[in-house]
Design a protein around this ligand. Sequence first.
Ligand code: ARG
Length: 554
Amino acid sequence: MSSRLKMLLLKKVYQNYKGNNLFPKNLMPICITYKHNENNFFIKTSIHTNDCTTGPSHKNKENKINDECNLIQTCLDKETVIENVLSDNLLINKAEPLCDKSKSKKIVIDFSSPNIAKPFHAGHLRSTIIGNFIANINKCFQNDVIKINYLGDWGTQFGLLQYGLYSENVDIDQLKDNPLKKLYEIYVRANKLAASHDDVHRQAKQYFAEIELGSTGIENWKKIRNVTITELEKIYNRLGIQFDEYHWESDYNGGAIQQLMSSLEDQKIIQTDNTGKKFAMVDDREVTVLKSDSSTLYLSRDIAALLDRYERYKFDKMLYIVDNAQTDHFAALFQIVSKVNKDCVRGCEHIKFGRIKGMSTRMGNVIFLTDILDEAKRKMYEKQQLSKNTRQSAMNEKTCETLGITAVVINDLKQRRQKDYNFVWDKVLQSEGDSGIKLQYLHCRLWSLEQNCGVTLPSVCEPKYLPEEVVGDVIVELAKFEDILYRAYLEYEASVIVNYLFRLARPVNRMFNELKVKNVPLDTAAQRLLVYHSARLVVKSGLEILGIEPLYEM
Ligand code: ARG
């Protein structure tokens, strides 16, 4: 709830509990339900005793807030609530931040992180969308965020790719059109060959060893990295996502982490078995850290990268946005690193998510994110053309692109993060019911009303002009916004915001039908406009936090 409303509510709570001193200063009320009748608002809150950077004391393993703790019901006068909620929104641009900057934490987020010469699969798409949201919401709460894209550019696949490039006589500089796809195709062909030809496999291994030594293959490999970054940035730009840093698995190659590995051995954190392979014990299981030929693995590189990041950033939190399938990997990583440096691991979290099933385009199974975005855009174009609501001026590429991205992003973020879900184009692109397109449409409609009603926004809120029930319904939702953000922030759960926006849309749409702004007395018109305006600002910032650019016309 807004800070003014929170103050009011706390005052009430204090009064009810008489002994003011019994309550600590940093109370954090989170609203569970609001109800209203003609005169009153009834607000049920759960009161937590922590501040917004550490989160409430009542959380379960999945980071979900436990609402059952300290439930308190408060009754507030309706006009007072309306006034407080809307006045806060009047000030929204200079509104006080959601959290005290002095409590700011340093949050490093590792997300997207695809592999070079391998497909950017649905899991990377989810990581990108969810990671971007987590970065945005952390910024809302005044945290200092560092976004890292940790690209997989190391491993035998590079030997295979190298083999393909040599045997097919490919010049990477000539791969102008869609280089990622071409590199992937070359890799796939080499991979197929290697499966049936031992000598190809051996040769590929040899090539990789050469790259690792920094000899012959290195030039090609640097070019591949550059091409990849350029191409990926085009996609990230489409999505409106910027990274602060690109890191490479190869930064932690055998040579670079040799010293660290020997020190792990000295400390008996890793041991050698009779084949020469080095392993660590994690929950009574042997987990390989270095291969018998001493070459590094995904895990060893992550161990080195984590310690390096801690050195560099002294982070409060290090969040890995990676799918459920890597649960064991991160459990092992954190356990091993905690034996080296407990402080470093304290803030580490694997933010897991479920699988997307059945994502495909006209071209077949999706490998490249561009295909998904292009397909979404194309389908949006067709839809816009067919719809009678479409404005001619909005029939352009940019609008269809944004609508396509909105559809894909909202379809993803409306699911609870940990759930697997089926990707069905018809569902993704639906414009009816709870969908991204509906939210964009709502934003456009509110904007257009503000622009065309001929009424100016009042400078104060006067609730006496807003007696209708439907206004109360809208206010109930608007009042929840900050709590919703807080909950989404603590639970790393974008669906909390998405579903909230869907719920907000309902009374706002009802109000559209019931309460006009044109041809009513000016004071009434102005106060109604204030409600619509507040609703639009909430939809706008909600969309922006989810990583979506709000549209003004469609
Ligand atoms: N490149 C990895 C993959 O595609 C994900 C990397 C995630 N980040 C990390 N530090 N392990 O599976």
